[in-house]
Design a protein around this ligand. Structure first.
Ligand code: ATP
Ligand code: MG
Length: 417
């Protein structure tokens, strides 16, 4: 029989990797909650329209990465490639415009049909933060503060650089767009096919092209800051001064556009040089037009998503809290099995981590307890039991003492302290 393999670009997450994921997720949950965000879980799949209409037909995601299928009822569905569109859909479906501002966080698997490589999977995991209903730059500053706090508490702030740009309001963007069309049209023959297709529909996307020829052209393309109007300048300045006030370092990158079509004003990425080609660990921006475009009430929005796999590659193992050292329960002889079982259950209910193996003589079981890095072993033998006692052995100093059964719990509590 052929070896059963996971689908290309998907991974099983277990062992240290699972622990790292859990650690990152808990930090994220904790920090997002401190910033006043509520958890939201949207479905893994949505009507294809939800993503088609929002991410933009010229985006990489929509044009070539979506997992789209027809279900048995003939509905066209797509496995979510990102979080924002689903949250925007949920905002509209649940009529949440009554309760603005909405501050959300969520995490979970995302799906994109990409060429698998280091840091790029077909099923990967994102953590996501969104603020809806706040057109002020304060929201931009706040979501960036969440990101900076997370990266700091994960010990990664020295490994990353915040790159930030303003894509401007619609007036600035239209002016810039015209300038780009003029420039790239003059160099039409050197553009890649992808970029040629974007020239009419969304020329700013060409700035994000990964094609070497396109990148050469992009170097001399018009610069967006030359097209900012006053509103755009003021907004961007307010965001930057907020970051200055909070001591969050950044560099302005005028070539930074985002991969999806719905952004305006602020766009940003936290990048690292430590992961090779896939160096963006967290990315986001403002999307004031998105909800209206989806058929909801005009509502401002800003948010970001972080790639958990990429963060997990960077987090130092010694930052993670070690697993609690278990109490090993060792029945000495089959007659003590039931007593051992009962004690293990009592301790577990009381909150102790307890390790008990399923078979083997005392020697084997002690070996196993050692391997599990147990703090103590509680030996339950017939003779002691007859006296209403057990033997407690502390692994670190090898000391051993007899303890009355009804005193075991307090005795173990003292040792654990
Ligand atoms: P890229 O330019 O690397 O393709 P993107 O613009 O498609 O990134 P976003 O849609 O902004 O990425 O996703 C936010 C974050 O999610 C990324 O910065 C990255 O950390 C992570 N991410 C995106 N796609 C993948 C993937 N296929 N595998 C693993 N992580 C990913
Ligand atoms: Mg991508």
């Amino acid at each position: 029989m052929a070896k059963l393999q996971p689908v290309r670009g998907t991974h099983d997450i277990m062992g240290d990797k699972a622990r790292t994921f859990r650690f990152i997720q808990q930090k994220f949950q904790d920090i997002a909650t401190r910033f006043g965000h509520q958890e939201i879980s949207t479905p893994i799949f949505e009507f294809t329209e939800v993503f088609n209409r929002t991410l933009g037909e010229t985006s990489d995601v929509v044009s070539k990465e979506m997992y789209t299928f027809e279900d048995r009822g003939g509905e066209l569905l797509t496995l979510r490639p990102e979080y924002t569109a689903g949250i925007a859909r949920a905002f509209i479906s649940n009529g949440l415009q009554q309760s603005l501002p909405c501050k959300f966080f969520g995490f979970g698997p995302m799906f994109r049909y990409e060429r698998p490589q280091k840091g790029r999977m077909r099923q990967f995991h994102q953590m996501d933060v969104e603020i809806l209903g706040v057109p002020e730059p304060q929201a931009d500053i706040e979501v960036l503060a969440i990101a900076a706090t997370l990266l700091t508490e994960l010990g990664l702030m020295d490994d990353v650089t915040l790159e930030i740009n303003s894509l401007g309001d619609s007036e600035s963007r239209n002016a810039y767009r015209d300038a780009l069309v003029t420039y790239f049209t003059a160099h039409k023959n050197s553009l890649s096919d992808d970029s040629l297709a974007r020239l009419d529909k969304n020329p700013m996307r060409i700035l994000d092209s990964k094609d070497d020829g396109d990148r050469e052209l992009v170097k001399d393309a018009p610069r967006i800051s030359d097209y900012y109007n006053e509103t755009t300048k003021e907004f961007f300045a307010a965001v930057l001064s907020g970051l200055d006030a909070l001591g969050i370092d950044y560099v302005i990158n005028e070539r930074l556009v985002r991969g999806l079509d719905y952004y305006s004003h602020t766009a940003f990425e936290f990048v690292t040089t430590k992961l090779g080609a896939q160096g963006t660990v967290l990315a986001g921006g403002r999307y004031d037009g998105l909800i209206e475009k989806m058929g909801g009430p005009a509502t401002a929005g800003i948010g970001w998503a972080a790639g958990m796999e990429r963060l997990a590659e960077l987090v130092a193992p010694d930052l993670m809290p070690g697993a609690p050292r278990p109490i090993a329960i060792v029945p000495v002889g089959a007659a003590c099995q039931t007593e051992a079982l009962k004690l293990a259950q009592d301790l577990r209910v009381a909150g102790f981590a307890v390790d008990m193996s399923y078979r083997g003589n005392m020697g084997k079981r002690m070996k196993r307890a050692n391997k599990a890095h147990a703090l103590v072993a509680v030996l339950i033998g017939e003779d002691e039991l007859a006296r209403g006692a057990v033997t407690v052995k502390i692994f670190d100093d090898g000391s051993q003492s007899e303890v009355a059964l009804d005193q075991v719990m307090t005795h173990l509590q003292d040792i654990q302290q």
